[in-house]
Design a protein. Structure first.
Length: 214
């Protein structure tokens, strides 16, 4: 009987001692974690450096700027200035080189340039002689370039369209047109153009004129 009591007492003391030791270990572990909160850090496998973030931002900015430039170049705004200069309307004279229509004869000329986008314009003109010819070319305008040893710029253009003649047959044909715009001042632009029309035959003429900018 006494032996059983002694055994139970020893077992109780052992269990109590084990519990105390275990509690101490847990408390010690919690204390270590509290004292070193930075010892455990989450690991990010796909971290992004500041340099990469800056490069991405620069790329987005450049892409946005390119898109704005493209939209500006494609936006149609009749009467806008193109990269060759302002839109204008003016008068001049046609020097006919070959052909039977007003394009190929001497004629009074009404000239114009109507900018559509930053690079494209339409340049209607009227050549008035015995027969009247209407020229409607659409041209690609190039940037101004300074002439060597000169105090002025020139801006070439080239394009094509249609030519109408009010002659005997009221005929219509294709047109090739190219020339130079010469900015004179903020108000005036000089123009020299070569027109080649294909109405009945091939007609060639050179127009020289001055336009008022608008």
């Amino acid at each position: 009987m006494k032996l059983n009591i002694i055994q139970k007492t020893i077992a109780g003391i052992g269990i109590t001692t084990f519990s105390v030791i275990l509690s101490g270990q847990v408390a010690q572990a919690e204390s270590i974690v509290e004292q070193n909160p930075q010892s455990i850090k989450p690991t990010v496998s796909n971290s992004i450096s500041p340099a990469q973030t800056s490069e991405n931002n620069n790329y987005q900015i450049e892409k946005s700027q390119d898109l704005k430039i493209t939209q500006r170049n494609l936006r149609v705004d009749p009467g806008t200035a193109t990269r060759s200069g302002a839109s204008y309307i003016g008068i001049g004279g046609n020097l006919g080189l070959s052909g039977d229509t007003s394009v190929g004869d001497g004629a009074f000329a009404v000239i114009s340039k109507i900018g559509l986008t930053n690079t494209i314009s339409v340049r209607p003109s009227v050549l008035i002689e015995d027969d009247t010819a209407f020229l409607i070319p659409v041209t690609v305008d190039f940037s101004q370039n300074r002439v060597s040893n000169a105090a002025f710029n020139i801006a070439p253009y080239l394009g094509g369209g249609l030519a109408f003649s009010t002659g005997r047959d009221d005929t219509i044909g294709l047109l090739i047109s190219g020339g130079l715009d010469i900015p004179i001042s903020s108000e005036f632009t000089g123009n020299a153009a070569v027109n080649v029309s294909f109405i009945d035959d091939t007609d060639v003429g050179v127009v020289l004129g001055v336009g008022y900018n608008f």
